[in-house]
Write a protein that binds this ligand. Sequence first.
Ligand SMILES: [Zn+2]
Length: 148
Amino acid sequence: MYCMTCGAEIPEGSEFCIKCGASQTDLPVPVETEEYPACEAAPEWTWPVTPTNVLVWAILGLAFACTFYLSFLGIIFSAIGMKKHRAYLESGAPYSTKVKVGGILSKVGLGVGIGLTALFLLYLTAIAVWLVFMGRLLPLDEIISEIF
Ligand SMILES: [Zn+2]
């Protein structure tokens, strides 16, 4: 055999070259460019959305929807929950209770969120109208003394 570094003739099976000292075993073994069907048969597959992911957004959505003052956040989170739910179904991943509950909760959260946000806007409008109405009848300091 010949040294893989300097090309000198060395005894068969040598671990090191007798001329230059280079290791004959550390050098990379030529890799055969062969296809590995086993790798293609089992591709690494990750679902884009996990069941927990769907459920967490749905619970967040419903929780905020019920706050009244922050119900608009509930609409946003519930909508994200519904989007995740749809993405999960479209990915073809196995269906689970978490996903089912997440889908239902995000729909409920969206309904509650829209309803309470509408009420909250009505409430704000009523306060604004009341302030304008009172402002025409009474000077500002009297309104303040009326409230406190
Ligand atoms: Zn050598």
